[in-house]
Design a binder for this molecule. Structure first.
Ligand SMILES: Cc1cc2nc3c(=O)[nH]c(=O)nc-3n(C[C@H](O)[C@H](O)[C@H](O)COP(=O)(O)O)c2cc1C
Ligand code: SF4
Length: 505
């Protein structure tokens, strides 16, 4: 148990600042914060950037980087003897094959700027536009008052862009209606789904838009503190936000805005794992209910939003909810789609919610090679065949096919790809990133990894006999979304591409 007045929330930042988990750093931090040594040790070891902070190149092994030659890059580094580590995904799929230097800066030569659409003020986020610091939407929202703003957000039909597509106004009202007066706004900027890099682009290109959206939310639900939990590897994005925060100081005076660094754990993108991490603990998801809107950061009502969700808010306040809603095709508003893999211009494209794959890829310069499969929403969405290319990329249509839009990290695979290998890479990702808290996910993810690995080695389909059953158990019995989708890459590949999984030898 912590000593009275123990400062647990500090321990992760301090461990990172002290160069990671060592007997000395743990003893010192435990003494100074009042958190037991075992807890400091246990929490710190959970996070890859704290556990293994050493000086080495981090090579991304996410799907898009693998497609672009990450394996070759790893072999080259191996030959050169340079210290290196293979990491799950670094959120640079448009610059594949990507790697970070020992200071977590992108290694030059792994691509330059992500492609975005040119300036168009009709787009709510408009990545290609200027990023004015006038904060007029905030002033307008403050003048209109909370009830009016809640009505506008409801009319907009804005759904969360972090993956679940939950209606924003429901969460805003839930927090606003709590009797507890101490409330928080938390921005989920931990973007870690392989294939997804839109939040990074918003933070780099439109930091004021994001800050303004968060401020409108805080003013509406009467929260004075805003915490931006930002992925530890996003150095440029954080610098951009820090500069914007200084520029906007006059407008943002009523709010206490601070950053918390992610420390290299994909699961901390899950909102309750994120809250645990903010509180200085291992990032293990909480059982829900209670939901964060009632019992969030420090047990207080907390509004958690994805970067893109918050960035849509200023446009909605400026132009009204209906204008935003009508921009969508099969759902409300525009959507930032990330496109990588076998396309000519990987990037982030803001298009009506519900476009189909061909239209999206046309915007991204067209396919390279002959397309065979696509993953519409990151690793969590599995693989779909090109026969489903006409589906609207929205929150409902993909669900009906057993897939999901998730965070809209669209990855295209052409017919040069070994789909069994691709399913294997994604399956390993989930096994590596499971927090290990609940048995179906912990044991199931390892089982799937071993099964797929055995099939790749032996070519014997018997290795895959129980994959469906295990996948079902995981979906039904896991605490959080990671375990619920971890079987998708393998089960969807087996379903849609059965030939790839027939006896090989
Ligand atoms: C395994 C897992 C990873 C997630 N990663 C992210 C993430 O990186 N960024 C994000 O905004 N939401 C992520 N989410 C969704 C969040 O839990 C949460 O729904 C979201 O932050 C709420 O914001 P929104 O309503 O604006 O979408 C993740 C969920 C799961 C289950
Ligand atoms: S489903 Fe997996 S990641 Fe989620 S809580 Fe359970 S073990 Fe952790």
């Amino acid at each position: 148990m912590d000593k009275a007045g123990a400062r647990r929330e500090e321990i992760l930042e301090r461990l990172e600042a002290e160069g990671g988990v060592t007997p000395e750093s743990v003893a010192r931090i435990a003494l100074e914060t009042g958190v037991p040594e075992a807890d400091v040790w246990g929490a710190g070891r959970f996070y890859s950037l704290i556990r293994e902070p050493g000086r080495r190149v981090r090579v991304c092994t996410g799907l898009s980087c693998r497609l672009a030659g990450a394996t070759h890059r790893i072999e080259e580094l191996e030959r050169s003897g340079e210290p290196r580590e293979e990491v799950s995904c670094i959120g640079q799929c448009d610059r594949a094959p990507a790697a970070l230097d020992p200071d977590l800066e992108l290694i030059p030569g792994t691509g330059t700027a992500s492609s975005v659409l040119p300036d168009d003020p009709a787009l709510p986020v408009n990545l290609g536009g200027a990023d004015p610091a006038g904060y007029e939407a905030l002033a307008k929202a403050q003048a209109a008052g909370p009830e009016s703003v809640l009505g506008i957000i409801e009319a907009s039909g804005l759904q969360g862009r972090g993956g679940a597509g939950f209606p924003a106004h429901v969460k805003w009202r839930a927090v606003a209606g709590q009797a507890e007066r101490s409330r928080y706004v938390v921005c989920n900027a931990d973007e870690g789904e392989p294939g997804t890099f839109k939040d990074r682009e918003i933070m780099e290109r439109r930091p004021h838009l994001l800050l303004e959206g968060l401020a409108v939310a805080a003013a509406t639900i009467a929260a004075s503190e805003i915490i931006i939990y930002i992925r530890g590897e996003f150095r440029d994005a954080k610098r951009s936000l820090e500069t914007a925060l200084k520029e906007a100081a006059g407008h943002l005076e009523p709010f206490d805005i601070r950053f918390a660094n992610g420390h290299g754990a994909y699961i901390c993108g899950e909102e309750t794992a994120l809250l645990e991490s903010l509180e200085g603990k291992r990032g293990m998801p909480r059982l829900k209910p209670p939901f964060p809107t009632e019992n969030g950061f420090r047990g207080k009502p907390t509004l958690i939003h994805n970067v893109e969700t918050a960035a849509c808010v200023p446009f909605i306040i400026h132009h009204g909810g209906e204008r935003f809603r009508d921009l969508g095709r099969t759902g409300a508003g525009t959507k930032l789609y990330c496109v990588s893999g076998h396309v000519n211009r990987p990037g982030v494209y803001e298009l009506p919610l519900g476009v189909a794959l061909d239209e999206l890829v046309e915007t991204a310069g067209g396919y390279t090679g002959s397309p065979m499969a696509f993953s519409p929403g990151g690793a969590s969405s599995g693989f779909l065949p090109m026969s489903l290319r006409g589906l609207p990329l929205d929150f409902r249509s993909l669900d009906r096919e057993g897939s999901m839009l998730g965070s809209a990290g669209v990855v295209v695979l052409n017919d040069t790809v070994d789909l069994v290998a691709a399913a294997d890479w994604q399956t390993r990702f989930f096994d590596d990133e499971s927090c290990g808290q609940c048995a179906p996910c912990r044991i199931g993810a390892r089982f799937l990894r071993n099964a797929c690995g055995r099939f790749r080695t032996d070519g014997d389909p018997d290795a895959l006999l129980h994959v469906e059953d295990v996948g079902w158990e995981m979906e039904e019995g896991s605490i959080c979304g990671l375990g619920m989708v971890a079987a998708k890459p393998l089960t969807s590949a087996m379903k849609h591409f059965p030939d790839a999984f027939r006896r090989q030898r």
